[in-house]
Design a protein around this ligand. Structure first.
Ligand SMILES: [Fe+2]
Length: 212
């Protein structure tokens, strides 16, 4: 009982610290403010609709929340550049998934979130990063996150583009099936995102907190 309580307190501590770190990234980069929370909420919704059990949903929720934590190690000039990145700058940006992995790796109870943090930029055709995983070698949860992450990035204002509509985002992601995104899974996830878009009106959702 005491051990359980201590473990729970340690988890709460870590999650509060994580939230503070993510707020630090948000402060560095106003355009991505809220990105982690939105992606976390949508990823958990998708996991639930795909019939995942409670603990699998939680892995997606936390993994999604932490997926960009490695951006804390990317310089401000690259993170907030108001135009597309040069190849060299993109090389620096690409390091965030490995940096995030290293931040999370020592934390035992976040173990199942590690594949999401490390592999959320892998591409179905093997041309993603950091490991160039291909097809079914990409962890399932990371494949889900890459779709949800792209959807949120496309539908919000960024330094380098204005936001696109929900419809346009679905079209862009559909065009990436077989290259960036996993076939069949992507069609299922887009159908769920479509329901989410219709049913969940932004601003009317209860305030989301990781430590609730
Ligand atoms: Fe990322």
């Amino acid at each position: 009982m005491l051990v359980d309580n201590l473990r729970r307190a340690a988890q709460q501590n870590f999650l509060s610290t994580t939230e503070a770190l993510l707020q630090a990234i948000d402060a560095k980069d106003a355009y991505t403010a809220g990105h982690s929370k939105r992606v976390s909420e949508l990823a958990a919704f998708v996991a639930k609709e795909l019939g995942k059990n409670e603990s699998e949903i939680e892995v997606l929720r936390y993994g999604a929340y932490l997926h960009d934590i490695g951006k804390i190690g990317v310089g401000d000039l690259v993170l907030t550049k108001p135009s597309y990145l040069t190849q060299e700058e993109f090389g620096l940006m690409k390091r965030h998934s490995e940096i995030g992995y290293k931040i999370i790796a020592p934390i035992k109870f976040m173990e199942k979130c590690l594949p999401i943090v490390r592999h959320h930029h892998e591409w179905y055709n093997g041309k993603g990063y950091p490991d160039g995983l291909q097809g079914s070698d990409i962890p399932f949860e990371a494949s889900i996150l890459s779709i949800v992450d792209a959807y949120d990035a496309i539908t919000t204002d960024r330094h380098y583009h204005k936001k696109y509509s929900h419809q346009k985002a679905c079209e862009i992601i559909t065009q990436g099936i077989d290259t960036q995104f996993t076939p069949t899974l992507t069609e299922k996830v887009l159908a769920i995102i479509n329901r989410y878009h219709e049913e969940c009106i932004p601003g009317e959702r209860t305030e989301y907190s990781l430590t609730r």
